[in-house]
Ligand binder design. Structure first.
Ligand SMILES: *Cc1c(COP(=O)(O)O)cnc(C)c1O
Length: 489
């Protein structure tokens, strides 16, 4: 359906756009002219269709298979030919996206997607994402978007509080934990080289004195990738053995000093296990090493009184990486880098040019790898604001108890759970590697839920990650039923 605004009246009564228009007009107090109303109308072409299609998608997502059908994936060729010469209307574009795109999505919002560590998207975060897109803000600098800069700063502070990190910690809202690891480790690199009297940002690493990076054997590969991007090298690291749960062995740590970056993990991507921070951090801090924590999802356990003991000690680190799009269920993409001494991050990231006027306030571009960027801090703000402290803790507690229910159901059916289920992650073997892989393939085909595979310390396993705010006990029971059916030969 074509949405046309002929005289602005339709827009003035629109439930979402009208308040925005009202605030925009009160902000600048420009009287609307008839030609402005025409332009305003054309600005909204296709949006009602998109809103309708999105609402229909979310209202019906519960009834569809989690993985798209082979036919739906094959039909994507309809969208993938050469660029047509003629333009198309926004309404036609929305129609194409809904007709061929929607069926080829993975249904992540129905509470039965247990692959990787993927949340759903909180309604408030999704609504904020729509607002952010309508606003079209550039979150680079205060002057370009006061709302983006203010809400990002607030969301960072709320994150710090939820994770029980020291006051004064600063940070950046980035695209994911990979970029958060990169961003925080850039601050680490700056701080270590500053102590060595080497200006690493300006003079680079060629000819620089060496520094040592220490990683657990089960560190997430995104940490290695970040080290590669930073010129510290994926291979130039000391690997420390880990135990059966993937926790770094405190007794196997090498000598640490002020030329060392020690990377620890809060929440292993397979087992959910936490490195023994309380045993390692006090001594490691005394050595002068920079301690970085990859806590992509696990660090959020700090927000729950029932689980915060798992994160004890991590607050003594120098930097932390985490994700908004995992346990907090902010939509993609949203990662967060936090640094105890924000001036190290600023030194690593700041950018100067005569046209980039520095204000009095925290300029996002001085703390982020990017300059122009999406105002994803607004989505993080909205999601956390809608949850409150209690809501964030409830997600941690509910998803972790769902994980226990999965583990108990699978054990009761005679299958082996390979990990200690400490938070929201479960690893299960259905027998031989072939049988486990066959079960996963059948489960994905069945469509009730979705789980992926992994190899944990030599054993092929199915991974269950309960990360979505939307998962109910009924979802767990239906999914368990599907797993047990898929495991029957
Ligand atoms: C998911 C994950 C990452 C990578 O996060 P992205 O948001 O996908 O970049 C890094 N570390 C750990 C422990 C993770 O679980």
């Amino acid at each position: 359906m074509v949405f046309e605004v002929r005289d602005g009246r339709e827009l003035a009564s629109h439930p979402i756009l009208a308040p925005m228009l009202h605030s925009a007009m009160t902000a600048v107090a420009i009287p609307p002219s008839s030609s402005n109303a025409q332009v305003a109308g054309s600005r909204t072409h296709g949006l009602k269709d998109a809103a309708r299609a999105a609402l229909h998608y979310l209202e019906t997502v519960d009834g569809r298979a989690v993985a798209p059908s082979a036919e739906a994936v094959a039909a994507l060729h309809q969208l993938c030919g050469p660029l047509p010469a003629a333009p198309a209307s926004p309404e036609e574009i929305v129609h194409l996206l809904d007709a061929y795109g929607s069926p080829a999505t993975v249904a992540k919002n129905n509470g039965r997607f247990f692959g990787f560590v993927n949340g759903g998207c909180l309604p408030a975060a999704l609504a904020a994402s729509w607002m952010v897109s309508a606003w079209d803000q550039n979150a680079a600098q205060w002057v370009q978007s006061p709302v983006a800069a203010a809400l990002e700063e607030t969301a960072l502070e709320w994150t710090r509080q939820l994770l029980n990190l020291p006051a004064g910690t600063g940070g950046a809202v980035v695209t994911g934990a990979t970029m958060a690891n990169f961003t925080a480790l850039a601050a680490a690199r700056h701080a270590l080289y500053e102590r060595l009297g080497w200006d690493v940002e300006n003079d680079g690493l060629v000819g620089a004195p060496p520094i040592t990076v220490v990683l657990g054997e089960e560190a997430h590969p995104s940490v290695s990738k970040a080290l590669g991007l930073l010129g510290l090298g994926r291979n130039r690291v000391l690997r420390v053995p880990a135990d059966s749960q993937g926790r770094i062995r405190a007794d196997a740590l090498p000598h640490l000093d002020e030329r060392t970056i020690l990377c620890l993990q809060a929440g292993n991507v397979n087992t959910g296990a936490f490195d023994p921070a309380a045993a390692i951090l006090p001594e490691a801090r005394k050595s002068g090493a920079w301690i970085h924590i990859d806590g992509a999802f696990g660090l959020w356990a700090a927000s729950s009184p029932a689980y915060s003991h798992l994160t004890r000690g991590f607050e003594q680190a120098d930097s932390w990486a985490t994700d908004g799009h995992k346990w907090p269920n902010i939509g993609y993409d949203c990662g967060i880098a936090l640094v105890r001494q924000p001036q190290s991050l600023r030194a690593a990231m700041s950018i100067q040019a005569p046209y980039l006027v520095q204000g009095e306030r925290r300029e996002p571009s001085d703390y982020n790898p990017e300059l122009s960027r999406r105002a994803r801090g607004v989505e993080l703000w909205a999601g956390l604001r809608s949850l409150g402290r209690a809501g964030m803790a409830a997600i941690v507690e509910r998803t972790s108890s769902h994980a226990q229910r999965f583990a108990a159901g699978l054990r009761a059916a005679g299958y082996e759970v390979l990990n200690e289920v400490v938070i929201n992650q479960v690893l299960v073997s259905f027998g031989s590697p072939e049988k486990t892989l066959r079960t996963i393939a059948r489960l994905q085909q069945d469509g009730t839920c979705w789980c992926g595979s992994t190899v944990w310390q030599g054993r092929t396993a199915m991974r269950i990650s309960v990360s979505s705010w939307a998962t109910t006990e009924d979802d767990v029971d239906r999914s368990l039923g599907a797993m047990l059916r898929a495991a029957q030969d």
